[in-house]
Design a protein around this ligand. Structure first.
Ligand SMILES: NC(=O)c1ccc[n+]([C@@H]2O[C@H](COP(=O)([O-])OP(=O)(O)OC[C@H]3O[C@@H](n4cnc5c(N)ncnc54)[C@H](OP(=O)(O)O)[C@@H]3O)[C@@H](O)[C@H]2O)c1
Length: 333
């Protein structure tokens, strides 16, 4: 396969803001078709973003025999239906995070993917970046001793009342949109699920606009995740990995740039490593998928390997949180 022809479901902001620029950077792939609920919108999107074909439905993208792989950047509640439908084609799929807004539906997808041997990835771009790979290597090699705490933040300012994230029926809310990140980071490092959760969700109308949670993990020394996410604060993804012998600090955990570093603090020294080479956030993820499709690499981070534990831990948090109404106009936690 010389060129991977991508089919894109929907004219999403993340498709033109992150996926397509990275696809151009990777090379070896082409944006072949975009499908939208509205043909005119698909045509404009295709023209503005260099997609070769446009059509007026998502199904038309799945039905296009020329497409080699699908990207699903739809609102969260549509991931289930379209990931399931895409799996029936037997082609690789990159579905946006969170895979679904419920454990039950994620279980279904993971079961379906296992049965079909599907190549299905959830679009956590950080998993494929050298920054995360270095953090994980340092932790597994014992550079900070035993891991005792992860402090994970993902705050952002959500502008616009029309955003799909404000709609409960679309599986909106800060925990689905942002909380999945620190939970996923933690589950990638842990072999077990949390055994205890304390959590608080601050609601704005029908969805959580901010969530604070503490999750503890079983073991000889208890590991804990302390996380906070919010739609109402300055952008911040600072993450700390605290161990018995030191700690790792990462300023831009999920979309790092060339100036962002991994900071390792040990007893008598601080080491800063700049791991990103200037590539866009989605570049390593798309590059990996292309390599797998060309049989140049074994697939890693498939949903069948790493998707379920995150969904299980998230369900536990949801089941335990106490609810508070937004008390302040800025909605701070
Ligand atoms: N991995 C990341 O770093 C990252 C970053 C941001 C967002 N995301 C994820 O990407 C997905 C899309 O987010 P986004 O911010 O790009 O969303 P968006 O700009 O609102 O786009 C969503 C697209 O879905 C389609 N759609 C179908 N039903 C819809 C409905 N009822 N209301 C609105 N749009 C509908 C629309 O395309 P048509 O009208 O053309 O059909 C729309 O363009 C979410 O799952 C989000 O969590 C991931």
């Amino acid at each position: 396969m010389d060129t991977v022809r991508w089919g894109i479901l929907g004219t999403a902001g993340i498709a033109h803001g992150a996926f397509l620029p990275a696809l151009r950077e990777v090379q070896g792939g082409v944006a072949w078709r975009v499908g939208s609920r509205d043909l005119g919108r698909a045509q404009v999107f295709a023209r503005e973003n260099g997609v070769l074909h446009a059509s007026g439905s998502y199904q038309s993208v799945l039905d296009d025999d020329q497409v080699d792989a699908f990207y699903i950047p739809l609102p969260n509640h549509l991931h289930y239906e379209w990931a399931m439908a895409a799996m029936n084609t037997g082609k690789p799929i990159l579905c946006e995070k969170p895979l679904t807004g419920s454990l039950e539906r994620t279980r279904d997808i993971v079961r379906g993917a296992r049965e079909r041997g599907a190549l299905l990835w959830e679009a956590y771009a950080f998993q494929f970046q050298p920054q995360w790979q270095r953090v994980r290597q340092l932790i597994t090699e014992g550079a900070i001793g035993e891991l005792e705490e992860i402090h994970g933040t993902f705050n952002t300012q959500l502008h616009g009342e029309q955003d799909v994230r404000w709609v409960k029926a679309y599986d909106g809310g800060a925990f689905n949109d942002l909380g999945c990140y620190p939970v996923h980071v933690t589950q990638l490092l842990m072999k077990s699920l949390p055994d205890h959760v304390v959590a608080r969700a601050q609601m704005r109308e029908e969805v959580d606009e901010a969530v604070w949670a503490a999750l503890t993990y079983p073991g000889d020394a208890t590991m804990q995740l302390l996380m906070n996410v919010s739609f109402c604060r300055r952008y911040d993804t600072f993450t700390r990995f605290v161990g018995t012998e030191g700690e790792i600090r990462v300023d831009k955990m999920y979309h790092p740039g060339v100036r962002d570093c991994v900071e390792l603090l040990q007893k008598d020294r601080v080491i800063r490593e700049f791991t990103m080479k200037g590539q866009l956030s989605f570049t390593d993820m798309i590059s990996h998928i292309h390599q797998v499709m060309r049989h140049e690499a074994e697939p890693t981070q498939l949903v069948t390997e790493v998707g379920l534990a995150t969904a299980e831990a998230m369900e536990l948090v949801r089941s335990q949180w106490t609810v508070a109404d937004s008390a302040r106009s800025d909605g701070g936690t």
